[in-house]
Ligand binder design. Structure first.
Ligand code: BYC
Length: 480
């Protein structure tokens, strides 16, 4: 079989020659009905019969891997796609650097690998669950379609991890695959594994911030796993990254379009002060300070997903050759990190200080730093939109100590500049930094669906170009 092209004949499209692997094929076919039940119960509510103009991966060739067509979401071709195998690939970091990449799970690292794959897998259905009601308030058919594209691809990413579990982890892999369908975002008894994936995504401002920040954690973590010495994990995550880029595009351009619409409305109505929130809100657009507060919330929740700044789990995974650094293959050092240090922000006697710690234990911090740098690129592009309208406001990222629940700063309350606050001061000033009930009520009041092709809600500008180069009034979703 040509590994670049996908076999569409069976129940499960794939480029892993599933037909020749009866045990795994049977296991996946057994898992499939439970997945469809989960999708119908927990996927986008109210649109399962609608025809959605979606892209589906039909190849893993970077030049032309997707085709666009109308499809009902439960009939989407969720397939198993791995990037082509690199011949004679070597492990590029850790104690096994230079050895041949593993095609089977190395026994001594089995538990570690399984845990990382399960955590990665758990985030994918979690995000679909978090976003399941958003279709009812979409600001346009274009945005509705983008939401569903993100959702079906998160579904496919769950398949990707389940394939690895079923193929390489035997009976316990099967159990984990079942458990991935059983946990529920936000459920107090069976929550999803990581904090941010149990939060709500109640409105479209949150959705765009989630895809900008939290999907970007997905990108960073997938980039680190793409370096893995366990070759099937590397190949799987490499292809997932191809799809992930669109998710962050949705977030970045979504916020960019909201900012544009706000500035445009302010200028058209002679409002120069971005902090005159009441006047701006009367125009039916979202004021920039509220956008900043949502960014503060989603950025801080997402930072928690990088784990503790100093982590033996991360050190062990790197040493083992299982999880590398962002762009490990482009870094110029010994790739073993047994000596050397990395600067980590720590809390010492109530003060935030920079301390050099052994590089191997600071890998979560390092990935988080790479993440922050990546975020800053997008934030800069939002600010250029604001500058274009001469509005005196800049969106910024809060200090990493702000509003944290994991790691060094989980024990302190800090403002967005990183100054420690007493509990009392925090309670008093919380609404300066994070969306208040009245901010949420205001945003909710704007969340009215716009289902006319080519039309957009009052608070968001149209995109510069359509998906698949479609014209402005293209009917991206035929609502049934
Ligand atoms: N919430 O040594 P530490 C995505 C636990 S997003 C709850 O610092 P480590 C996507 C930790 O599990 C990317 N618990 O942790 C985005 C450990 O517990 P145990 C998802 C947390 O392992 C949008 C203990 O604290 N992929 O793809 O170095 C839409 C000690 O922690 C949290 C991955 O995350 C938390 N936030 O780092 C759709 C990659 N943080 O085991 C999809 C796989 C830490 O001692 N995961 N803990 O009981 C990993 O690489 C690591 O597990 C983590 C944590 C980076 C998450």
């Amino acid at each position: 079989m040509n590994l670049m092209n996908v076999d569409y004949n069976g129940l499960i499209p794939n480029n892993v020659d599933l037909n020749a692997d009866v045990r795994v094929q049977k296991a996946l076919e057994k898992w499939h009905p439970g997945y469809i039940d989960w999708w119908n119960d927990m996927g986008p509510e109210g649109f399962q019969q609608s025809l959605v103009y979606l892209r589906t991966a039909v190849s893993v060739d970077p030049k032309g891997w997707a085709k666009f067509d109308y499809v009902k979401m439960p009939e989407y071709k969720w397939g198993i796609l791995l990037a082509p195998q690199v011949e004679d690939r070597k492990i590029s970091f850790g104690a096994h650097r230079g050895e041949k990449a593993w095609q089977e799970v190395p026994g001594e690292y089995r538990a570690m690998l399984r845990r990382l794959i399960v955590i990665q897998g758990d985030t994918e259905p979690a995000s679909v669950e978090q976003q399941r009601y958003l279709g009812k308030t979409a600001p346009s058919l274009y945005d509705l379609r983008n939401l569903f594209q993100v959702n079906v691809e998160e579904g496919r990413h769950l398949w990707a991890m389940v394939y690895l579990l079923q193929k390489y982890f035997g009976a316990d892999g099967r159990e984990e695959a079942e458990a991935l369908l059983a946990r529920r975002s936000g459920d107090p008894d069976t929550p999803r594994m990581l904090g941010a994936f149990n939060e709500q995504t109640p409105d479209w401002l949150s959705f765009f911030m989630f895809t900008f920040f939290t999907d970007r954690d997905g990108k960073m973590q997938l980039e680190a796993l793409a370096q893995s010495g366990f070759d099937p994990l590397s190949r799987t995550t490499r292809f997932m990254l191809t799809e992930e880029a669109h998710h962050m595009f949705v977030g970045e351009t979504g916020i960019g379009r909201i900012v544009e619409r706000t500035c445009e409305a302010m200028k058209a109505n002679g409002i120069d002060d971005p902090n005159d929130i009441a006047a701006v809100r009367r125009l039916g657009v979202i004021d920039l300070p509220t956008i900043q507060k949502k960014a503060n919330l989603l950025f801080s929740l997402t930072l928690d997903l990088f784990g503790n700044e100093i982590s033996t789990n991360a050190a062990n995974a790197f040493h083992a050759g299982i999880k590398g650094r962002f762009r490990e293959d482009k870094l110029d050092d010994d790739h073993r990190l047994e000596s050397g240090t990395y600067p980590v922000l720590r809390l010492v006697d109530g003060k935030i200080v920079n301390e050099d710690v052994p590089a191997l234990s600071a890998l979560n911090m390092r990935l988080r730093d790479d993440f922050v740098a990546d975020c800053n690129g997008g934030v800069g592009r939002w600010n250029r939109v604001i500058e274009k309208f001469n509005v005196p406001f800049q969106i910024g990222l809060p200090h990493v100590a702000f509003h944290r629940h994991i790691g060094e700063f989980s024990k302190v309350k800090a403002d967005t500049d990183g100054n420690a606050l007493s509990d009392e001061a925090w309670v008093k000033r919380r609404a300066e930094f994070l969306p208040s009930d009245s901010d949420r009520d205001f945003i909710e009041s704007l969340m009215k669906p716009e289902t006319e092709p080519g039309r957009f809600a009052s608070w968001i500008a149209p995109p510069k170009v359509g998906i698949d180069n479609k014209q402005g009034n293209f009917e991206y979703v035929k609502i049934a």
